[in-house]
Design a protein. Structure first.
Length: 202
């Protein structure tokens, strides 16, 4: 593009015959230079502004891309969190159902016999020592003495969450009373709900 300075410095060869008037040409070039300079300046400013706008547009497009990526990531994260939360909730529900079913199943195995008085007996307390009325040797944590008319021999009994086997009796063990065998003397007496395993009772 021709600059205003090039127009201003443009020289023409002068002819004395049938040529242009040099002064008129110079005046025209001066006017052209002024107008062209003005237009050139405006064009330069417009180009500069266009460059600024393009840079701003690029910047805003970059921000838009970043925001879109952030939004997509946030949406993805939210979906993942929602999915994990749902899986966890489902797992908790299933575990609760399973636990409840196990408790129901466990309870269905036992029949409540009511409140029993619990006492303890040990070897040497009587002439029979550790020999039970069913002919087996009493074992701590297993053997209990019962009233066979209330609890049949061989029944599995639950007392305070522990399971025992009814394989002995005693002269003082009548009605709702149970004697728990222990190796060492234990003086203790209390009342508690007692359960019997159903397949041993019904």
């Amino acid at each position: 593009m021709i600059t205003p300075l090039e127009i201003e410095n443009k020289k023409f060869s002068k002819k004395t015959l049938n040529g242009y008037d040099p002064e008129e040409v110079d005046d025209f070039l001066d006017e052209l230079t002024v107008d062209y300079s003005k237009n050139y300046k405006e064009l330069t400013e417009l180009r500069s502004k266009i460059d600024e706008l393009n840079n701003s547009l690029t910047h805003y497009k970059s921000i838009e891309t970043t925001l879109q990526s952030t939004l997509v990531m946030a949406q993805t994260t939210a979906e993942e969190v929602k999915s994990v939360a749902k899986q966890k909730a489902d797992q908790i529900v299933e575990e609760a159902k399973s636990s409840a079913q196990k408790q129901v199943d466990e309870l269905s195995k036992w029949k409540a016999l009511g409140q029993f008085t619990i006492t303890y007996y040990w070897p040497g307390e009587d002439k029979y020592g550790s020999l039970t009325s069913t002919g087996v040797i009493a074992q701590e944590g297993k053997t209990i003495a019962v009233d066979p008319e209330i609890i049949p021999y061989g029944s599995i009994i639950k007392i305070n969450g522990n399971e025992y086997l009814a394989e002995d009796c005693g002269g003082a063990i009548k009605g709702n009373r149970i004697d728990i065998f222990v190796e060492n003397p234990t003086i203790k007496k209390y009342s508690v709900e007692v359960y019997i395993r159903r397949n041993n009772y019904e």
